[in-house]
Structure formats: C-alpha cells, structure tokens
Design a protein around this ligand. Structure first.
Ligand SMILES: C[S@@+](CC[C@H](N)C(=O)[O-])C[C@H]1O[C@@H](n2cnc3c(N)ncnc32)[C@H](O)[C@@H]1O
Length: 208
C-alpha cells in the first residue's frame, strides 16, 4: 500500500481496502491459474498494480466514460483503474476464458461494481467504447486494427477518446506504423522507481 499511497495519497477508505486486498488475491489465484509470471509475484505492486495506475496519472476519466480493457488477462490494467475511477465503467475482455475466471473472482471479492469481465476475442466484439486500454497485448499496428471499430464515434463526454496502451522498450519502429497523431509519454515522468525507465504510455486519439 505504501507505494500506491506515495503516488495516490487521497484514496478513500474503500479504495484503500480494495488496493490492499489485491496482492494476496492475485497470489492465491495465480497459484491456480497463471495470469502473472510466478517469479514476478513478489513485485506485484510495482510491476503490475502501480504500472496499471500510470494511466490514472495520464488521464482522469470523467464520470460515465466507458472503457474497454482489451486482452486484460487477470484484470490488468482494468481492475486497478476501476478501483481508482468508481464512476467510470470498465469492461474487461480476454480471449482466454480461464484468465477471465481470475479477473471475475477478484472483481467479486473486492466488490467492484463498475467492472465486468468476460471471455471474447477482440475481433468478435461489437460494442463501442470511449477508450480502449491495453497492456502488453500485441504490436501497435495490429492493436489499432482491433481498436478502430470499437471506439465510439460520439464524443459523449466531450473528452477525446481513443487507445491508451502501456508499452515497454524502444517503440520508434512500432510508432512509425501508426498513422495520425499519437503521443508517447514516459512513465518515469510520474513514478521515480527505476523499473519505469523505458516504460511508456502510448495514446492514439480517435476523434472519428
Ligand atoms: C501478455 S498478456 C497481458 C495480460 C494483461 N493485459 C496484463 O498486462 O497482465 C496478453 C493477453 O492478451 C490476450 N489477447 C491477445 N490477443 C487477443 C485478442 N485478439 N482478443 C482478446 N484477447 C487477446 C491474451 O489472451 C493474453 O491474455
């Protein structure tokens, strides 16, 4: 909790409890169904929960915004963001049904009411969203082919919409393949821990 409080010092009591419960819940579930590399479990807060929350430093989702977390695995970044933004709706999908079992169990255990997970491949999805979020799913150009049909053409909340993805490493080649405006934000701008050097948020706005 210390690390989360360091960057998000104004959490409500409910949010504090929900974040505090996550590491143990992931530990328990990960022992049954692998959603996080097992050797990384000891770094779950730094490498997974806080990393997901970099998006909350980049953007404050307005009440009523709807977000899709595509390729969520066990619920990342969707679950930490749903805790952070209780007024925003989060839909979590993954093509692997057993990973969704973990996401749903955790959603239920911590009593998240603005978050819903189900098994589906991106290519089969029909609904529209203000934002599509993705962490470690696939190359940007491929991700864009999934994301374009899923972004709502209305700017319902009078905010920009589009893709927000968490990526690592040198993205120069991948970024060249994405047409139009895109923004690359170094997460080290928000979090001082060494782990975040070379980790980025890529935002591709789609005003349609
Ligand atoms: C490396 S995992 C990352 C999981 C999670 N986002 C995280 O950061 O822990 C990539 C996930 O994307 C999912 N995935 C890849 N392509 C997909 C697609 N076309 N539709 C739905 N899920 C997909 C995989 O099943 C896998 O769970």
């Amino acid at each position: 909790m210390e690390l989360i409080n360091k960057y998000f010092p104004k959490l409500t009591e409910v949010q504090q409890k929900q974040f505090a419960a996550l590491p143990e819940l992931y530990r328990e579930w990960n022992a049954k169904i692998n959603v996080i590399s097992r050797k990384d479990m000891e770094n779950i807060v730094l490498h997974h929960i806080l990393h997901s929350l970099a998006i909350a430093k980049f953007i404050r989702f307005r009440k009523g915004t709807n977000c899709l977390d595509l390729g969520t695995g066990g619920g990342l970044p969707g679950i930490p963001l749903a805790i952070m933004f209780p007024g925003t709706d989060f839909t979590l999908v993954d093509g692997t049904a057993k990973k969704i079992t973990v996401a749903n169990a955790i959603i239920e255990d911590i009593g998240l009411e603005n978050c819903f997970a189900y098994a589906r491949r991106a290519e089969e999805m029909k609904a529209k969203y203000d934002f599509v979020l993705a962490r470690a799913v696939t190359r940007l150009d491929k991700l864009m082919t999934f994301v374009r049909p899923l972004i709502s053409s209305e700017m319902r909340n009078a905010t920009p919409n589009g893709l927000i993805t968490l990526k690592g490493g040198d993205l120069s080649e991948e970024l060249k393949e994405v047409k139009g405006f895109k923004e690359e934000i170094a997460i080290s701008k928000y979090f001082e821990e060494e782990y975040y050097i070379n980790k980025y948020i890529v935002y591709v706005p789609m005003y349609n």
